[in-house]
Design a protein around this ligand. Structure first.
Ligand SMILES: Nc1nc2c(c(=O)[nH]1)N[C@H]1C(S)=C(S)[C@@H](COP(=O)(O)OP(=O)(O)OC[C@H]3O[C@@H](n4cnc5c(N)ncnc54)[C@H](O)[C@@H]3O)O[C@H]1N2
Ligand code: MOO
Length: 801
């Protein structure tokens, strides 16, 4: 029950979390009568808070109530505003945190609630428990406060109608103003360095102060968000370097990544060709045309064998793309010449013939051996075309890392409607496809019970290069990810990240799985208690099907390869062609891993030979899991798939966004023209915002003002992403989410307007802004790589088509 992160017990953090949650999770506001006077001001302040506006206008007399401009005061005030507490109510709180029940109470409730199975699903969704039931002694009054606040926004309340009535009848509460010095968010009372500007150490994970946290050490600071990404990007460099390429026929290479530069196997064009339908000419005109007898039934040169040399003063019909005959000096387009039928061809006086016109000369695009594309290029349809033109039948591609998804949680349903405290598994259907969009080969998705040995066995036995777990990352009694990693002697590279949502996410290096392992594997482990009713989901145990094959529990089969050829490899489904890595120390020795679970040391001790596997632990809250996908899984898979880092994509914020005092925030945004519009429904348990988002804006600690340029992480299916093309579900575009703008934006008209605008932006608007920039970046990179920046796709000789 002890919070894993020291700051998790920090009342400041909890209050900020609560305030953010309240600000972010509020439902859409129906129409309501316009407030007036103080009430209006109070509601404006609350809306400003909800929308993250840094500096709402405040009447003078409110200023005097704000108290000390300390951080706690500010946060308390913000929380009060979010909760709808008046200054008086706020002041009556126990300064020692009595109302908030202190760290112990809140922490216990939260952990207990999360792990209570039947309770937590419902509670996460209501928000009511977050403010009331989580806090002993605060239930009634806080519920009322929340109801008041919601009522003031015209939002439905979760009961507590009396509060609403009171609210509407009574005098307007005096709105205490969050006291801030000018220039917020930089002047936030808890200033913290912008993580992006924190000198990070993108070198080896070992060189990073936050890397390789010993698992015995329960208290540590979370890794700054940019550093976590850098560590994840570096984590599998050795594994990537030792992965043999896979030769794939062109028909199967779409979406793969080139493992080697694409060098031309031929000149392009391979011979001089005609760019137009017309006549091949030799010398100045008029030109003598061949007689029928001379043509011998082949009056037009097309894609045939070499034609006879063309004598000076002669012309011959030629088709676009046909090889021009030896001796030809130009091509005359059909529409520019006249064959009068007397055996002579005349050029139109308006189009005098220029030497070489409309002839594409051999090697104009490339010479044999020229590098056309660098390694790491995503194989798009255009790349397939180029490769075919350049003589390729198959391509060397980076072997897709195999990823297995383990979904943890007893409360999860795979079908139907939620009932009896159980909820639908939102991550099983989402995470696997997301990882595939990031270039992974999904070997399967398994759902596991909240049972220690089931989780241990599944992770220990997985032959995937990357195991991705969902849920169970926290420190509650049913959170089995950390204990499993301890049992396996895993090396924690990232254990908690200073990001909201998603801060419990983790990245670990696991020993390789294979027959050569020397330590005690799961079979030798302390016998786990079998799940009630026999082997349950994801609890392989003895005699269970081999990992990677259909096993117990519900499994969503991943993609299956077919025509791949791995030199020296028995096949795609085999453990793979990876070579042992001399010099790679591999995972931490059990002695140094501080196994707290077993006196025998890490149970999963393995041979240090072979490539390490990695585990990405995603938090269970769905948007927190997305945060983990983009923070840890994306950079890890980027390295394993050989893709280049995406170009940074800053965009100005259309609205101010409230920040966390210390941590980075990731907020779903949609692009409208060139602005990133923060989306509503961005709470940790919500997917409604991200489902209609174009990306996740990176909000630095302290927040970001309207117009501030913030980094936006692309989603792997967004048009500007460097990642592979994937099937995009157009339903997402049609869904009901909408950007969260200012108070006025809450009207239905404006919402519809925005939604329409956004849809229009998706169709065309983006092509004029960000996307163009990004594509330009990619093109420049490619050109530099080929060293042929000065090539023209239309030769000077070839007139405009
Ligand atoms: N005492 C503390 N408790 C919690 C803390 C903390 O710092 N101290 N952090 C909270 C945060 S933030 C998150 S995020 C979660 C992460 O917890 P877990 O990774 O252990 O996830 P679970 O407890 O299993 O689930 C959390 C939440 O998400 C729901 N969930 C889980 N899996 C799924 C799924 N596949 N589909 C839909 N929803 C899922 C689950 O029902 C819970 O509601 O911990 C907090 N607690
Ligand atoms: O807020 Mo938790 O950060 O990951 O959802």
């Amino acid at each position: 029950m002890t919070p894993r992160h020291p700051r998790d017990g920090d009342p400041l953090d909890r209050e900020v979390d609560e305030a953010l949650a309240l600000a972010n999770e509020s439902p859409p506001a129906p129409e309501r009568p316009a407030p007036s006077g103080q009430e209006e001001h109070w509601a404006d302040v609350a809306l400003d808070l909800a929308n993250g506006r840094p500096d709402p206008p405040v009447p003078e007399r409110s200023r005097g109530e704000s108290g000390d401009p300390t951080g706690t005061d500010w946060v308390e005030t913000a929380l009060d505003l979010a909760h709808g507490r008046s200054g008086k109510q706020r002041k009556s709180r126990d300064p020692a945190g009595g109302e908030m029940a202190g760290g112990d109470g809140a922490g216990r409730d939260r952990a207990g609630r999360d792990r209570a199975g039947r309770d937590r699903a419902g509670r996460d969704k209501t928000g009511r428990d977050k403010t009331g039931a989580d806090r002993p002694g605060g239930t009634g009054s806080l519920d009322d406060d929340v109801s008041m606040w919601r009522a003031s926004l015209g939002q439905p309340t979760s009961g507590g109608t009396s509060a609403r009535n009171t609210r509407s009848r009574g005098p307007a509460p005096q709105a205490p103003r969050p006291k801030r010095t000018p220039g917020a968010p930089g002047s936030h009372p808890h200033p913290h360095p912008h993580p992006q500007r924190t000198p990070s150490t993108p070198g080896t994970p070992a060189s990073h102060p936050h890397a390789h946290s010993p698992m015995t050490e329960p208290h540590h600071s979370p890794t700054p968000w940019p550093d976590a990404r850098a560590i994840a990007a570096r984590a599998a460099v050795k594994e990537a370097a030792h992965t043999a390429p896979v030769m794939l026929p062109l028909s199967e290479a779409l979406g793969q990544v080139l493992a080697a530069p694409l060098a031309a196997l031929t000149d392009l064009p391979p011979f001089d060709t005609s760019a137009m339908d017309g006549w091949a000419l030799s010398g100045p005109g008029p030109w003598r045309l061949p007689t029928d007898e001379e043509n011998q039934g082949h009056g037009i040169l097309a894609g045939h064998g070499e034609a006879a040399p063309l004598p000076d003063g002669h012309a011959v019909r030629i088709a676009t793309g046909a090889r021009v005959p030896p001796g030809a000096t130009a091509v005359l387009r059909s529409e520019y010449g006249t064959d009068a039928g007397d055996g002579w061809l005349h050029a139109s006086p308006a189009h005098p013939v220029v030497l070489g016109q409309d002839i594409r000369t051999r090697g104009q695009e490339c010479r044999s051996g020229d590098q056309l594309l660098p390694a790491g290029t995503l194989v798009t349809p255009a790349v397939l075309g180029l490769a075919a033109a350049a003589g390729y039948d198959e391509l060397p591609t980076v072997r897709r890392p195999r990823v297995e998804v383990l979904v943890l949680g007893d409360e999860l349903l795979t079908e139907g409607l939620p009932y009896d405290g159980r909820i639908r598994d939102a991550l099983g259907p989402m995470v696997g496809p997301w990882l595939r969009a990031l270039g992974a080969e999904l070997s399967g998705t398994r759902r596991l019970a909240d049972e220690a040995d089931a989780v241990y066995a599944a992770v220990a036995e997985s032959s995937a290069d990357v195991v991705v777990t969902t849920g169970g990352t926290a420190a509650g009694p049913l959170d089995h990810v950390h204990p499993t990693l301890r049992r396996l002697g895993a090396e924690l590279l990232v254990d908690g990240v200073a990001v909201r949502p998603g801060h419990p996410m983790l990245l670990a290096r696991l020993a390789p799985v294979g027959p050569e392992r020397e330590g005690s594997g799961p079979e030798d482990a302390e016998p786990g208690s079998p799940e009630p009713g026999g082997p349950g989901p994801g609890s392989p145990g003895r005699g269970s099907p081999a990992p990677g094959s259909p096993g117990p529990g519900s499994r969503e089969p991943g993609s299956s390869g077919s025509g791949s050829r791995e030199p020296g490899s028995p096949g795609r489904g085999s453990p793979g062609p990876r070579k042992p890595e001399p010099g790679n120390s591999g995972p931490a020795r059990p002695e140094s891993s501080g196994n707290a679970e077993s006196p025998r040391g890490a149970e999963g001790r393995r041979s240090p030979s072979g490539p390490a596997r990695h585990l990405v632990g995603l938090p269970g809250n769905p948007l927190a899991a997305v945060s983990g996908l983009l923070t840890l899984a994306e950079p890890l898979l980027r390295t394993l798939t050989g893709r280049p880092a995406p170009a940074p994509g800053p965009a100005p914020l259309a609205e101010a966004v409230q920040g966390h005092p210390r941590d980075t925030r990731l907020v779903p945004v949609a692009f409208r023209q060139d602005m990133a519009v923060p989306l509503r429904f961005n709470g940790p348990a919500m997917l409604r915002g991200i489902a209609v988002a174009d990306g996740l804006a990176v909000i630095p600690p302290g927040g970001a003002k309207r117009g501030a340029e913030v980094e936006v992480l692309d989603l792997p299916w967004s048009a500007s992403a460097t990642g592979q093309a994937t099937d995009t579900d157009p339903a997402a575009d049609r869904s009901a989410g909408r950007p969260a703008g200012g108070a006025a934006d809450r009207s239905a008209d404006r919402a519809a307007d925005r939604q329409g605008g956004r849809a229009a932006d998706r169709q065309g608007g983006r092509a004029t802004g960000r996307v163009t920039d990004r594509r330009a970046t990619g093109r420049v990179t490619g050109r530099h790589a080929t060293g042929r920046e000065d090539d023209e796709d239309i030769s000077p000789q070839e007139g405009p088509a």
